[in-house]
Design a protein around this ligand. Structure first.
Ligand code: ASP
Length: 329
C-alpha cells in the first residue's frame, strides 16, 4: 500500500489521504497543481465560492501552533461550503501514542469527512490515518513532511516561471529540521527541477545527495545562477542543543542579503514559507522587495491548493464527480 493510502475508483489522484509528497508520481502532483490553478482562476474571476462540500465536515486538528496553515485550511473548507471545526490541542495534553489515538477515535466517532492534522512528531499523522475512516491531510508532522506547503510553493513558481522543469532552485537554511524542505525536495526533483540544499554542516542532513539534491555549505557558491531562492526558518523548537554559534554569525554566513543574492540570476525570485525571522535568515529589504519576493503570493496560493486537496480527497463521496483528469485540463 502506498504511503498516502489507496483509494478505489481512481480519479487523477488515486489516494485516500495526502500524507506526503514522497512517492507521488509526476502525474498525481500535476493533477493537484492543475486543479489548484483552476481554483486560482475561479478566484480571480470572483467565482471561487461553491457548495461542493455542503453538508460535509472538515476538522482541523492541530497539536502544534499554526496561524497561516490553519487559517488557510479553514478558509479553503468554507469557500467550498463545508462545516469547518478547529481543534487546537495544547502541548500539555500531548502524551504521544495513546492520546493521539484516543483523540483520533473520538473524532472518528463524529464522522468527519476530512481530518487536517498537524503534529510535532514525524509519522504521527500517518499513524492517525490508519485509525480513522475519513480522508486525512498532513498539515505538517515534525520534521517529516508538509505536502500542501510544497504544492503551494510549486504553484507559486509555475505561475511566475511557467514550469518547474530545468529550473535551479536553492533551499537554504535549517534543512535538517524542516518538513518544508523535505516535501519541496521530493516535489521539485520529481518534477524535473535541479535542487540545491545550502546549510551549515550542523543543519545539513547526512546523505542528502540520496534525495537527488546537490549539497552546498557556502551561500555564494550554492546560489550561483539560481532561478529561485527558498529560505527556511531556524526551527529552534525542534533543536536539542546548539546548532549555530550565534544568530549574528548565522546571518552573516547564511542569512539572505543583497550582497549574497548577487550570486543568483539577476531575476532570481525569493520565497519563504513563514513565519519569517527578519535579520536571522533573511534581510527585511529582500523579503519586502515587491519585484523579487513571492512571499505574499505563497500565502495566497495556500488557499487554492488546499481547496484542490479538499475537493480531490472527497470526490469519492460525490456521485456527480467529474471523470478522471477532467479537472486537470
Ligand atoms: N510554517 C512552516 C511549517 O509549519 C515553516 C516553519 O514553521 O518554519 O513547517
Amino acid at each position: 500500500m502506498s504511503a498516502n493510502g489507496e483509494q478505489s475508483g481512481a480519479f487523477g489522484f488515486p489516494h485516500r489521504h495526502l500524507l506526503g509528497i514522497e512517492g507521488l508520481s509526476p502525474l498525481e502532483i500535476g493533477f493537484l497543481l492543475s486543479l489548484s490553478q483552476d481554483y486560482a482562476d475561479r478566484n480571480d474571476r470572483g467565482s471561487g465560492r461553491s457548495a461542493l462540500l455542503e453538508g460535509r465536515t472538515v476538522i482541523n486538528l492541530f497539536f502544534e501552533n499554526s496561524t497561516r496553515t490553519r487559517t488557510s485550511f479553514e478558509l479553503a473548507g468554507k469557500r467550498l461550503g463545508a462545516d469547518v471545526i478547529n481543534m487546537q490541542v495544547g502541548w500539555s495534553s500531548i502524551k504521544k501514542g495513546e492520546t493521539l489515538i484516543d483523540t483520533a477515535m473520538t473524532l472518528n466517532a463524529m464522522h468527519p469527512d476530512v481530518l487536517v492534522v498537524r503534529h510535532p512528531d514525524s509519522g504521527a499523522v500517518s499513524l492517525l490515518s490508519q485509525k480513522v475512516d475519513c480522508a486525512v491531510i498532513n498539515a505538517g508532522d515534525g520534521s517529516h513532511e508538509h505536502p500542501t506547503q510544497a504544492l503551494l510553493d510549486a504553484l507559486t513558481i509555475i505561475r511566475r516561471r511557467g514550469a518547474l522543469k530545468d529550473l535551479t532552485i536553492a533551499i537554504c537554511g535549517d534543512i535538517s529540521h524542516s518538513r518544508v524542505a523535505r516535501s519541496n525536495i521530493h516535489l521539485l526533483t520529481t518534477m524535473g527541477a535541479r535542487v540545491r540544499a545550502i546549510a551549515p554542516p550542523t543543519l545539513m542532513p547526512r546523505a542528502i545527495e540520496r534525495l537527488g539534491v546537490e549539497p552546498h555549505f557556502d551561500m555564494r557558491k550554492g546560489l550561483a545562477d539560481c532561478d529561485i531562492v527558498m529560505m527556511l526558518r531556524l526551527q529552534t523548537e525542534r533543536m536539542q542543543g546548539s546548532f549555530v554559534p550565534s544568530i549574528r554569525e548565522y546571518f552573516r554566513f547564511f542569512g539572505l542579503d543583497k550582497e549574497k543574492l548577487l550570486a543568483a540570476k539577476p531575476d532570481a525570485l525569493i520565497m519563504h514559507p513563514g513565519p519569517m525571522n527578519r535579520g536571522v535568515e533573511i534581510d527585511s529589504e529582500i523579503a519586502d522587495d515587491i519585484d523579487r519576493s513571492l512571499i505574499r503570493e505563497q500565502v495566497e496560493m495556500g488557499v487554492v491548493v488546499r481547496m484542490a486537496c479538499l475537493d480531490t480527497l472527497t470526490r469519492h463521496l460525490r456521485p456527480d464527480v467529474a471523470p478522471v483528469g477532467a479537472a486537470a485540463s
